[in-house]
Design a protein around this ligand. Structure first.
Ligand code: F6P
Length: 452
């Protein structure tokens, strides 16, 4: 069984500036982990060619993978990517009612781009292939592929949260999207809660979820644990300058990540525990993301104002509480940060899973993880301090406890999480999905058959 993996984000793109060609690797968790999995398993990867020099590489073979690029014009990009994907579906599925934009025009462009992806699949599909579609940008694609290839094995993996039926039904196109997803052979989410919410959406919109019973699964994506473990063990020098304790976080620049709330919690911590002034540094790495979306521009400005205000209030000649890095860190530096930080502060307001928390666990020597209870990975990481990111005080107190936690407690908690993250790694994830793909097919007539 060969896969045709389909994502919007490419594993990497080709850039050209001042006559120089470079390769840029994507930052999101989905393409980063799939890059390793598809590289291991082989197959074809259909993705968006959004690099400035990608048109020179419509197809290429790289490390065992055939990459096929779909090109989207700049007007379509606005309706599809900045518009429906990231100004409608993204805020909807993270419960951001106030940021939601409804636009029929954007939806029609979204449908058109999903059709463009179908055209690319049609060129490479061979009977027997399994089409593995990923995430909210391509939610209409399972339905389109099913129509074209009634016998195809189609897997749909949803990487962000799935909201309650009531919230989802606010979307004018909720039924079309739901019906498309339900035409997959099976669907995977990252937590049981998202599966339950998906069923709830079916109950509310389609009247029942019976047709998806036994075809919707919670299979949380894992990381390449061995890679992080080996790489981190090879790093012997701390990247931090002073002898203060290091708190670290790394995220995409996104309003769902709880970045301003975190900065504010640092302020509360310094107000309520002034003895900590000068005793720690919070290293906040934030990689640029969706920079053409207005909401993201405003969010970045507001975050930077908060950081500036807090640093202005507490800094001295020899100390700054928040070191803010608005860039993508190199892999080596990132893993060094993971390895030598005393505390990782991963507190999104909502997050489908959050692979950073797992990368930290795999790389850390003796760190403490503080995780939002609204991150999908929190349900797997029982050794972490779980927090409600909406409470400044709770967040501040959790940082205080983490900084003061004894060595033995740190060790026990970390060991427990290392076991969990290494057991359920990316190889486990892809194996589970491959096993299901072998068992569940969707033959002619659209009847689901479990093959034993
Ligand atoms: O993990 C969720 C996700 O939305 C991916 O689907 C996406 O590729 C990634 O985050 C980064 O976002 P973007 O593709 O918009 O840069």
């Amino acid at each position: 069984m060969a896969y045709i993996v389909v994502t919007t984000r490419a594993p990497f793109s080709h850039e050209r500036s001042s006559g120089k060609e470079t390769v840029r690797f994507s930052t999101g968790g989905v393409s980063t982990s799939l890059r390793m999995i598809v590289g291991r398993e082989g197959g074809t990867w259909v993705c968006w060619g959004d690099g400035s020099n990608d048109r020179a590489y419509p197809e290429e073979i790289k490390d065992n993978v055939r990459i096929v690029r779909v090109f989207i014009g700049s007007r379509e990009r606005r309706g599809f990517y900045e518009g429906y994907s990231n100004s409608t579906l993204w805020p909807l599925f993270h419960y951001f009612r106030d940021r939601l934009k409804f636009s029929r025009k954007n939806f029609l462009t979204y449908r058109k781009v999903n059709q463009d992806f179908l055209e690319a699949i049609k060129k490479v599909y061979r009977p027997g292939d399994t089409v593995w579609i990923h995430d909210y940008q391509l939610a209409l694609l399972p339905g389109l592929v099913r129509k074209e290839f009634p016998d195809a094995g189609i897997i749909f993996t949803w990487h962000i949260p799935w909201v309650t039926g009531e919230f989802f039904s606010m979307l004018p196109e909720s039924e079309e999207i739901l019906r498309s997803i339900c035409s997959s052979s099976f669907v995977t989410f990252h937590t049981g809660l998202y599966v339950r919410n998906f069923f709830d959406s079916m109950d509310q919109i389609l009247g029942s979820h019976d047709s998806m019973k036994g075809r919707a699964f919670s299979i949380p994506l894992g990381i390449d644990y061995a890679y992080y473990q080996k790489k981190s063990e090879g790093i012997h020098k701390s990247p931090f300058a002073g002898d203060q304790k290091a708190i670290f976080s790394v995220d995409r620049m996104d309003y769902t990540k709880g970045l301003t709330e975190r900065a504010n919690a640092i302020e509360t911590l310094l107000e309520t525990h002034p003895e900590l002034i000068g005793k720690f540094v919070y290293y906040m790495a934030v990689s640029p993301s969706r920079t053409n979306v207005k909401e993201y521009q405003t969010f970045k400005r507001d975050l930077e104002m908060s950081i500036g205000r807090i640093n202005g209030r507490f800094s001295s000649v020899s100390w700054v509480p928040i070191v803010y890095m608005n860039k993508k860190l190199s892999d080596n530096l990132l893993i060094a940060f993971y390895r030598f930080s005393q505390v990782a502060l991963i507190t999104p307001l909502f997050d489908g899973l959050n692979l950073v928390s797992k990368e930290f666990i795999a790389s850390s020597r003796d760190g403490v993880l503080i995780i939002s209870k609204f991150a999908g990975s929190a349900s797997q990481l029982n050794g972490a301090i779980k927090v409600n990111p909406n409470s400044r005080l709770e967040l501040a107190e959790s940082i205080h406890s983490a900084l003061n936690m004894g060595a033995e407690e740190r060790r026990v908690r970390l060991e427990m999480m290392k076991k969990e993250v290494s057991r359920h790694d990316s190889a486990w994830w892809s194996r589970r999905i491959r096993d299901l793909a072998r068992k569940i097919s969707f033959p002619e007539g659209g009847r689901v058959v479990e093959q034993h």
